[in-house]
Design a binder for this molecule. Structure first.
Ligand code: ZN
Length: 324
């Protein structure tokens, strides 16, 4: 797997990894959407890939695929919770899931490294930032930190001074356009248009594609819900089939799960919009439908099988709505 753009920077970093001289706390700086998190993940794969060669990881080994799916147990990818990276995300606090950094004192068992990626270090609040100063300064020998930030001045000076700072710079329009046509199935003219509006940041162009997709998804979800509400219980199998067309059919890897859960959330929203339009007599059923589809979305996010969850959802929705 190669990383596109910033070739000199990337080859400097991979050569450092080859020669085992990469500083253990790296701070990638650059504007939002420029590719810092993507680069951080690229480096994590490169560090752990057993088949890496010439600056590229293989992209297909267990380690690479688990990192792509954000499922590698020794690679913590920490994104802000809302606008802030909070202390409980880093260190275990009661009432929250286990903190990602609690395992840092244990040697890795799958590979040579435990890797911590903070996708937005500028969102660390003071408490979280202070809590990592010591470990950033003197990480255990097997720990690699990769922090991303919009600019060096956006993180506390005490953080920046402990890290090896690497700028990630905007890409030429043409490079973004080719990336969109090659990796995101966008036709050339749209790719060029999106690339021009992205100010050198491929992530912005990719988000624009997602927004476009979301509009389509929302329309399909609205139509599905309207048909579901209009039809009777006897049509449940047709509904299941239509819902299967909204959610993609393929092996339930992390990307598919994310897509399916987006689809189910769109269904939940569509029920919500129906609720706003509705008169009083079926409010309870509609509220139940909103909740059921939202629960289904979360179940899929938390590793539920998309096919089974959506089929069960149709049955439950039908029972709630068409039972009267
Ligand atoms: Zn690999």
């Amino acid at each position: 797997m190669t990383f596109h753009g910033n070739q000199k920077t990337v080859s400097m970093l991979t050569r450092c990894i080859d020669n085992r001289v990469l500083p253990q706390s790296v701070l990638l700086t650059g504007p939002t959407g420029v590719g810092k998190s993507t680069l951080a993940i690229h480096l994590a794969k490169y560090l752990l890939c057993k088949e890496r060669r010439d600056g590229s990881s293989c992209g297909v080994c267990t380690s690479c695929t688990r990192i792509s799916a954000h499922e590698h147990p020794e690679v913590a990818i920490i994104e802000p919770d809302g606008d802030i990276t909070k202390i409980w995300q880093l260190w275990t606090r009661s009432g929250h899931p286990a903190g990602a950094l609690d395992t840092l004192s244990y040697r890795p068992v799958l590979g040579e490294w435990r890797i911590v990626i903070l996708t937005a270090a500028h969102t660390l609040n003071e408490e979280s930032a202070n809590s990592i100063l010591k470990v950033l300064e003197e990480p255990p020998s097997y720990v690699q930190f990769i922090l991303c930030t919009t600019s060096q001045s956006a993180v506390l000076p005490t953080i920046a001074s402990r890290c090896f700072s690497v700028p990630v710079t905007p890409l030429p329009t043409q490079a973004i356009a080719s990336l969109l046509t090659r990796d995101h199935n966008v036709d050339e003219s749209l790719a060029y248009e999106l690339a021009r509006g992205a100010s050198g940041c491929p992530g912005r162009a990719i988000r624009a594609i997602d927004d476009n997709d979301m509009t389509g998804l929302r329309d399909r979800a609205d139509r599905w819900v309207a048909e579901f509400l209009a039809a009777g219980r006897q049509h449940i199998y047709i509904h299941a089939e239509v819902l299967r067309n909204i959610v993609p059919k393929s092996s339930p890897d992390a990307n598919v799960r994310q897509l399916v859960s987006k689809g189910l959330l769109a269904i939940s929203d569509a029920f919500g919009r129906e609720l706003l339009r509705s008169d009083a007599n079926n409010l309870d059923s509609l509220i139940a439908c909103v909740e059921l589809s939202m629960q289904a979305a979360y179940t899929v996010q938390r590793n539920g099988n998309p096919q089974i969850v959506t089929e069960a959802l149709v049955t439950k929705l039908s029972r709630k709505y068409h039972s009267k």
